[in-house]
Structure formats: C-alpha cells, structure tokens
Design a protein around this ligand. Structure first.
Ligand code: PGA
Length: 250
C-alpha cells in the first residue's frame, strides 16, 4: 500500500520561496507514483502553491485550521477557505501549535470541523515531551491525546485520518528515535485507536505516520516498520532532493 510523505514547511519560507520550492518539487517528483506526496506551506502561500501543484502528483495540505466554521476569530483560517484553495490534507495539533496556541479541546474541535465540513484528511499530531518520556508517561500521554482528539468523533467509511506520532523531543533537534521505539509507540497507538474505533475503521481508515528529525540519511532505517504508513517531515522537506530521497526510502 502507498505510504504518505508529508512536507511541513512551518514558517520557514516566504510566499516567493514557497512557490519556488514547490516548482522544484514538481519537477523532481514528475512521474513519481510509489507514494503519496503532500506539501504543507504557510497559509499565505497556499493559493499560489496550489496553482503550482495543479495537475501534478503532489497534494496540498494546510498547517492548521480553525475549529469553528466562521465568525469573529481574528487570525484564524476556516475550512471553507482551505477548500477553496484545494487543500486535501490539514495538520491538526502539531506540537508547535499545542505549545503556543492550542490544547486538546482545540484539536478535537478542529478534527470534528474537518471531518464534518470537508473531504479533507486531518493529520492529527500527538507525541510526548522528553520529560514525559523520562517519567515513563509516554503511553498514558498518547492515550490521553488520542482519546481527547477523537472524543465524540465517528469516522465514516469514506473518510480517512492520519495520526502523526511525533515525539516532541525529536522534532527539529536531530535526535533520532530508535526504530524499536517507533514500533512500540505505533503498536500502542493502534491499541488505543482500537478502543476508540472499530477494527474495520482502524485497519482501513486510519494511517499512522512518524515525524521528528526524519532526513535523507535515516529514512531508510524506518522503511518496512510495522504500522508505519509514512513520514511527516520538517527540516529535510525544505530541500527537494532530500525530500525526494525520503519519499523513495519507505
Ligand atoms: P523535523 O520536524 O523533521 O524538522 O524534526 C518534523 C515536524 O515538526 O513535523
């Protein structure tokens, strides 16, 4: 089955830089069909990058979305705006959002909003901090985040969700997680999901990807891991050659 390789460009690029990198990606990935490729630029860049990606094999994603449909929410971006620029994916609850602008309730609201008002695929991020890991709280934290994120949510047969396991201590730090720890965490995530949703839904409608210092050198170490359906890549997605190598490694 195809894996999903997601580029999270965070706030690293301006509009012009985003369009320029998107063009390089389009050229690099021409004819590539081994895996699904998704690019998530900043909000201001979405429309122009969307035009650049038109009729290519690369999909567009947003880095966040409001949990409300419309209204007086200064600075937020609605699901309807994301639809208009043809986003197919949207990241929700990235640890950098959770740290500064969000909490479990927001993550739940946003996930509900995406599933009830669009055909987009939410990429719901979860993961423990180093403190939580050292205190042996990884599993309980993952359970808490997943239960809260999906509280009151039913996934329909034709809907898909991606859960991104991103240990906070591995994001942007170059600290690479051991492959056996990914396998353990993914198994735990799957077990928790099985308590929330039916087996059919977990098997068919939910993918689990890994993110945190994935790069062109270590990506192949993660290929063929059990329950690993792709990557969410930050730093290494800012270079089309590195990102292409990663997309080919799994
Ligand atoms: P990183 O970021 O690849 O730079 O560690 C991953 C992420 O934040 O999604």
């Amino acid at each position: 089955m195809k894996k999903t390789i997601i580029a999270n460009w965070k706030m690293e690029l301006t509009l012009k830089q985003s369009v320029s990198l998107a063009k390089k990606m389009v050229t690099k990935f021409k004819g590539f069909s081994a895996n699904n490729v998704v690019i998530c630029p900043g909000f201001v860049s979405l429309e122009e990058v969307s035009n650049t990606l038109k009729k290519t094999n690369i999909s567009l994603g947003a880095q966040d979305v409001a949990g409300e449909e419309k209204g007086a929410y200064t600075g937020e971006v609605s699901i309807n705006s994301l639809k208009q620029v043809k986003c197919k994916y949207v990241i929700i609850g990235h640890s950098e959002r959770r740290k500064y602008f969000s909490d479990d309730k927001f993550v739940n609201d946003k996930t509900k909003e995406v599933l009830s008002n669009s055909n987009m695929i939410p990429i719901v991020c979860i993961g423990e901090s180093l403190k939580e890991r050292k205190a042996g709280k990884t599993n309980s934290l993952l359970a808490k985040q997943l239960k809260k994120a999906f509280k009151g949510i039913k996934i329909k047969k034709n809907q898909k969700i991606i859960v991104a396991y991103e240990p906070v201590w591995a994001i942007g730090t170059g600290k690479v997680i051991k492959t056996e720890d990914i396998v353990k965490a993914n198994k735990k995530i799957r077990d928790i999901l099985l308590k929330i949703f039916s087996k059919i839904i977990v098997d068919n409608n939910i993918d689990i990807v890994y993110g945190g210092s994935v790069n062109e050198k270590n990506a192949k170490d993660f290929s063929n891991l059990e329950n690993l359906d792709g990557f969410l890549v930050g730093g290494a997605s800012l270079n089309h050659n590195k990102f292409f190598t990663i997309a080919n490694s799994i």
